[in-house]
Design a protein around this ligand. Structure first.
Ligand code: NAG
Ligand code: NAG
Ligand code: NAG
Length: 215
C-alpha cells in the first residue's frame, strides 16, 4: 500500500495584549472604521498562512468557534475558527487583542510536521527559523524521538517589509515600462484571504453556524 504524504491539519495563532488606550480608541476597534477587529488585524495573517499551506485551495466551509469576545459595540476582540476542506483537511486558528504575544504556526502531514513561532514578524529581521520533523518515530522504549526534528534558518539580506516594497515597485515598473498586464497572483491571494476572513465574521454573527464557501 502506498501512503501519500498529505497535509492534515494546520494550527496557528496571532495574539497580542493591546493596551487599554488601543482597546478604547484605535481604529481597529471602531465599528465604523476597521470593523473586523482582531480578526481583520491579526487573524488575517493566520488565514493567509493557512491558505498558503493549503496551496490556496479554498476550504468548503468555515466555522467560528463559540467563545468569541466582542466589544460592547460588537467589534471582535478575540476569536477562534476552524476551516474545513472537502478532503478532510482541517485548520484552526486563534486571534486576540487580549492575550500576550504569540505567532505560532504548525502544519501537520502524514509524514512530517513543520513548526515556527514567529509567523508574522520574525524574531529577528535578517533571519527566520523553523523546525521540521520528517518521519519521526518513538525512540526505543518511548524515551524520545528519532529522528529529532531538525532546525532550519532562512537568512535574508533584506527584511520582509523591504522585500514587499521591492516587489510592489517591480510590479508597477513592469506595467509602466513594459506595458505588462497587472499580475494576478497577489490580488488572488488577498481576495481569498479576505473571503475567509469575512466568512469567519459571518459565522460569528450567525451564532457560530458553519458558512459554506462558494468555490
Ligand atoms: C505581554 O505581556 C507583558 C506583561 O504584561 C506586557 O508588558 C507586554 O506589553 C505584552 N506584549 C504583548 C505584545 O502582548
Ligand atoms: C468598544 O468600542 C467602543 C467604540 O469604539 C469603545 O468606545 C469602547 O471603549 C470599546 N470597549 C471595550 C470594552 O473595548
Ligand atoms: C534544535 O534546536 C533546539 C533548541 O535550540 C535544540 O534543543 C535541539 O536539540 C535542536 N535539534 C537538533 C536536531 O539539533
Amino acid at each position: 500500500m502506498i501512503i501519500r504524504a498529505l497535509l492534515i491539519l494546520v494550527q496557528s495563532s496571532f495574539t497580542f495584549a493591546a493596551e487599554s488606550d488601543f482597546l478604547e480608541n484605535d481604529i481597529r476597534v471602531k465599528p465604523d472604521l476597521d470593523a473586523l477587529g482582531a480578526l481583520g488585524d491579526a487573524g488575517w495573517y493566520c488565514i493567509r498562512a493557512t491558505l498558503l499551506a493549503a496551496n490556496y485551495e479554498l476550504p468548503k466551509s468555515v466555522l467560528a468557534l463559540p467563545g468569541a469576545i466582542l466589544n460592547k459595540s460588537g467589534v471582535i476582540l478575540a476569536c477562534s475558527a476552524s476551516l474545513h476542506w472537502e478532503d478532510g483537511r482541517v485548520a484552526t486558528f486563534h486571534t486576540s487583542f487580549l492575550a500576550n504575544l504569540t505567532m505560532d504556526f504548525i502544519a501537520v502531514g502524514t509524514k512530517g510536521t513543520l513548526t515556527l513561532h514567529d509567523l508574522v514578524i520574525p524574531f529577528e529581521e535578517k533571519e527566520a527559523a523553523y523546525t521540521a520533523a520528517t518521519e519521526s518515530n518513538f525512540a526505543e522504549l518511548f524515551t524520545g524521538w528519532v529522528p529529532l526534528p531538525s532546525n532550519h534558518t532562512v537568512v535574508t539580506d533584506f527584511p520582509q517589509d523591504a522585500r514587499m516594497v521591492n516587489e510592489f515597485s517591480r510590479l508597477v515598473q513592469c506595467i509602466k515600462n513594459e506595458n505588462a498586464k497587472p499580475e494576478m497572483k497577489w490580488p488572488t491571494m488577498s481576495r481569498k484571504t479576505q473571503l475567509i476572513t469575512d466568512a469567519v465574521k459571518t459565522s460569528i454573527e450567525r451564532g457560530f453556524q458553519p458558512v459554506e464557501i462558494a468555490s
